[in-house]
Write a protein that binds this ligand. Sequence first.
Ligand code: HEM
Length: 533
Amino acid sequence: MLYVAVPFLAVAILLSLFRLYTTWTYHHAMSQYASPNGTGKPVTPPQIPYTLPFLGNTLSFLSTKPGAYWQNLFAWHPRSTGVLTLLIGGRNFHILFAPQLVQAIFKARKPSRDAFDRDLYRQMFDMSTEQVELTEASKHMEHESNVAYLIRSERVNELTAKFTQVLREVLDRDIKETSGASDLGLYVWLRDRMFTASTIALMGEELLEMYPDYCRDFYVFDNAFLSFYFRIPNFLMRDAYEARARILRKLEAWSREMHRLSGGKPVDPEGPAWEPLFGSRLNRARHTDYTRRKLDWRSSACFDLGLTFAFASNIIPVTGWMLMHVLDPQGDTTLLPRVLEEIKASTKQDGTLNVPTLIAQPLLQCIWTEALRMYVDILVTRNLPEDITLPLDEEGKRQVLFRKGDNIFAPSWLGSHNPNSWSEKAPYHRFCPERFLFKNPETGKTIFSTLGTAAKLFPFGGGRTICPGRVFAKQEAIGALALILLRFEFEVVGYLDAEKKPTDAFPGFATAFPGSGGLVPGGDFQVKVRRRV
Ligand code: HEM
């Protein structure tokens, strides 16, 4: 009996000693923060204690309840440190949350996302080392295409015009079968239609003809996106591995066929704004570059999946939340009429939307921004090519030193859900559709403003690699909301839980690892739909 117990006892004692050691180093690091003005020397971030070597804080960090890890951590660790370190998957990650630090890391020129991107190519897309190296050597081409075809305002407007045209057609096509339906799940209905319209606008109309189940497979992959990053093995998420394999196979077949039909290379991106085979200028530029970058068919498919991820993963859930809050029967019932008023004021005589007017409407902008605040959970990732010292407070009295090779995460959640950062009138855990609305004292007009929120509201990251799709994202989300509300009247029958069973509670979040991006609703609205007259 004793022989059996001894090894267990030895392991338990070793682990307890290890825990004592990491706890001691934590308190030692915390002593640097005791003096209000600092010691004059740069501080090191406190490493959160852990028991298991290598695994460190991994298991608790990978909680699938959004925000739960941070809530538990800050129940005992003071937020005032502004920075801390976690051991995740055998690597140390410094977590930045002091506003000064977050702003400083965005401004710093040298830190980059390259190391994270490398992991992304290897783990999430399973690309070969040779292809990853080719990708990295030619990354500037991607940046140039983004600048030319995603960031310039006339190009964004073209993309939005195509997206809204296709969405209008999609909605008009199924208006007959949707009208009168009383058992529609609002979010899933919206998701499938937005996916179709954005895939056609960005990637042409042949893809969904060749691969009608792309939406379904994509969301299985999307759901497990970070599990690939954290190397969760195949046997624990077979569906996601199978969906990824299927997506890459089908995208490869589609790409080969589009090249064949286009006579070997895509129509010049400087040509028409859109054409049926490859779609947008952006996609044609990307496909032209895949050849110049010597990427093979499979890697091209990985990049097409990456583009789908960019245009479908975050915006669609955020638009879903916007729509649910606007229609919420237990929310502010004046919201829908006020939203409709702004949409009607942005509609041209021929019934189409005046997008620049629409996206400048204060309440609509506010609802979009509040949905980003409440429902986007991203980890801005940076790796350090050299030692760097950054300020922890406004006066720079206290500084923090990071070492070459260190990994940094700036979680958007910690700013957007910080109980101390948002007013008592509009607490952080409530969706407040007027959070960013103010009265202009001179004109008396209501204006939308996010002034002063830069370091606590950064759903699109920041600095050199800030999301190049952010303007399109805003136009796409607000445009979709407007088109849907102009065409349909919804009567909310009730809320549904994750199992699609009726419930009294407004939908919460679906399970997701920290940093999963746009959080998907863990339930839905059951609605009756009628054509708006
Ligand atoms: C709600 C919608 C969206 C959110 C929350 C979002 C968020 C982000 C974030 C956090 C990053 C990394 C930023 C950083 O490292 O500082 C990023 C990068 C990127 N996003 Fe978005 N994004 C959205 C929509 C889009 C759309 C619609 C597109 C394009 C159609 C897009 C294209 C990209 C690209 C290409 C990058 C990589 C940029 C680079 O490597 O330099 N995103 N996005």
